[in-house]
Design a protein around this ligand. Sequence first.
Ligand code: ATP
Length: 364
Amino acid sequence: MTAIRLDGLTKRFGDFTALRAMDLDIRDGEFMALLGPSGCGKSTTMNMIAGMEEPSGGRILFDGRDMTGVPMSRRGVGFVFQNYAIFTHMTVRQNLAYGPKMHGLPAHEIERRVKAVADLLQLTAFLDRPSAKLSVNILQRLAIGRSAIIEPAIFLLDEPLSNVDAAFRAVMRTELKHLQRQFRQTMVYVTHDQLEAMTMADRIAVMDQGVLQQVGTPLGVYNNPANVFVARFIGSPGMNLFRGRLAESDRGLVVDLGSLGVTPPLPDQLSAVARRLSGGEVFYGFRPEEVSVSAEGQGIRLPVTFVERIGARTIVHFGAGEAALKAVFDNDVGLSAGETAVIAANEKTVRLFDLATGLAIGSA
Ligand code: ATP
């Protein structure tokens, strides 16, 4: 097990900065997800941790030891890519045994590990099959097995599930978490899929345009996003956000949403912090899961534009453009396109962001 520290880690490709002064502490035995949209610098970060790319600035420390100049082969990392690296002329057993053999492990130990990893990743039935004939799903499982079997102190996975089908992805999410608990490795997992990050990681590092935006537990980043990027990116759908202006009313501090009306008074704690904000221009945010709807009453009145039924949940789309919002309900919600409803946010879950900086105002 190894703790990883990124200290001002920077990567430039010519004039372009792919990663900007990233500071991140990944604890011993922790499952850390690097999450962000395509091109945000996740793989670049990972490649530098692995030793495949040299940083342009900053340092990477493993248990306090500076890794500058230490080649990949001496870093004790296992790396699984999106595109599995498998020897197709070998059987599954030979593929699994390859790494331990190269490390000079004795035959009985290799056999023990092959059995353990095959059991864990449900590869036992395929052990003597030629790899060339396996499905994409099984090949990716084998690729993970090939790295896991070396029992690296640090396990790096870069979008390992993006090529497998949805049902298999769900199975693998559980298995990977199980694998990490079993071996207690420090695991860094790159993904653009927030569901993967939310379900597996102990903590998530959310990135955008080469800049680390927030680090926290899955629920921490969901409940208290540090800025509007994280608020929109985390959650499915992301947080509803409306431009508005803080205003005093006889019932307390409210947000004037212009043509959408005026919000109910903000909770006391949030009001206290928001009153200190100069200018008073904000984004008013709330989660699609944290709303109630009614025919009349106080809230945002909007027409239903689309009802999306996705099994156990229904996503109702209201309004359009700047006045669009989404709400998530159980399947039995009685709303259809064309109706108008009043949507009220659950007051405790309302979040405010400074319109100018995008940064959260206070936190729960
Ligand atoms: P994706 O999931 O699409 O790979 P990512 O978050 O992993 O996204 P990176 O692969 O780290 O993103 O790339 C970050 C940025 O750096 C991108 O704009 C990419 O085009 C650029 N980049 C990456 N490698 C190089 C390179 N060798 N030369 C020039 N630019 C590069």
